[in-house]
Design a protein around this ligand. Structure first.
Ligand code: TXA
Ligand code: MG
Length: 330
């Protein structure tokens, strides 16, 4: 398949038309690039699973450009969902609601629920508006690998697999959206992201508690959000999280024959000859460039990527979640 690249000044009309006809279009969002197909077209949605090599039991997020589209995609929407849309959409928030029977089951891997998100990236908004139909889109990586956060990464994964790739520059957030299961009486964070529990709690108020999946009584929901259990975000190199600097220095002395890379904040002391060190000036930048850095170090043929941890709070919580998964710890 020849893949058409659309640069940042070009019209999106061709790609939008193509997606309504069942083609696959990679588009940028503020979190990561997505691999989009017409959500109401069974065959088009099936082709996403093939292009990504995605396990068929892993449901997709449906992308829309405005709230008015919600009604035709889900039923029994609790009030709290509207409050969350008001506060956080468009933006990096995905809500899990009850699926409308007209949405093909394949989108949700057979579940009764549907994941919905309104991305804020201007090119995503423009594309969704022109297409005029809901777009199912997982991250545009090959299954298991780090998600693409710039055009080059998107092309590396999807040239020859998607019909169009839209360039939207580097993604502003760099980690996938916060996924929240939305019930009338509680919210459960299935995947942490830029929007934190505290921010959700501030909207939910004292009567609607917000849980992380691990601490909720419904841990079995992990089964219904398989994205939380399949291997994810793994580069070719082995990823290790550094917990003890002294131990780490001993380890790298013993592993001299291997090529090593390190990801760290600017103030973390880690000088060592012969190591590729990538530094970030803030946790936000670390999160934004995390996947790209894994990819860059893979390109340089690094064997082991050591990641310096960050405080497990705010976007740091989402970053640590992805780091642990990249390291195969979750
Ligand atoms: O930021 C994002 O969310 C990006 C961009 C492209 O929007 N998309 C993304 O999609 O990360 P994906 O497919 O890589 O991750 C979707 C996550 C998976 O963990 C999946 O299991 C979960 O959402 N999910 C989707 N539908 C669900 C449902 N009905 N119930 C529970 N979890 C669901
Ligand atoms: Mg993904």
């Amino acid at each position: 398949m020849t893949t058409i690249h659309i640069n940042q000044n070009q019209s999106l009309e061709g790609a939008a038309q193509a997606v309504t006809e069942g083609k696959l279009v990679v588009f940028p969002t503020e979190t990561v690039y997505g691999l989009g197909a017409h959500a109401l077209d069974n065959t088009a949605v099936a082709s996403i699973f093939t292009a990504k090599n995605r396990p068929p039991d892993n449901p997709l997020i449906v992308h829309i450009h405005e709230q008015s589209q919600i009604e035709s995609l889900c039923v029994n929407v609790p009030d709290i969902a509207y409050s969350l849309w008001e506060r956080f959409s468009p933006g990096p928030l995905t809500l899990i609601l009850e699926r409308h029977h007209t949405v093909p089951a394949i989108v949700s891997a057979g579940l009764d629920t549907i994941a919905l998100r309104i991305p804020s990236h201007p090119r995503a908004q423009e594309f969704l508006k022109l297409a005029g139909v809901p777009i199912a889109a997982p991250s545009a990586n090959v299954s298991g690998r780090p998600s693409p956060t710039d055009f080059r990464m998107a092309c590396e994964y999807m040239d020859g697999r998607a019909d169009y790739i839209i360039d939207g520059g580097p993604c502003e957030i760099g980690l996938e959206s916060t996924v929240v299961l939305c019930r009338e009486d509680r919210l459960i964070i299935l995947r942490p992201g830029k929007i934190t529990r505290d921010e959700l709690s501030a909207v939910a108020g004292p009567r609607i508690p917000v849980y992380f999946l691990e601490e909720s009584e419904e841990r079995h929901l992990a089964m219904s959000s398989p994205g939380t259990r399949h291997p994810h975000y793994k580069p070719v190199a082995e990823v290790r999280i550094v917990s003890d600097l002294i131990q780490w220095k001993q380890d790298i002395d013993q592993e001299k024959t291997l090529i090593m890379g390190v990801l760290a904040l600017e103030d973390q002391e880690i000088t060592h000859p012969g190591i590729h060190v990538l530094r970030f000036s803030s946790v936000d930048q670390y999160a934004r460039e995390f996947y790209k850095s894994l990819q860059d170090l893979d390109r340089q043929g690094v064997d082991i990527i050591y990641c310096m941890p960050v405080p497990d709070e705010g976007v740091g919580h989402a970053l640590m979640n992805r780091m642990r998964r990249a390291a195969g710890l979750e």
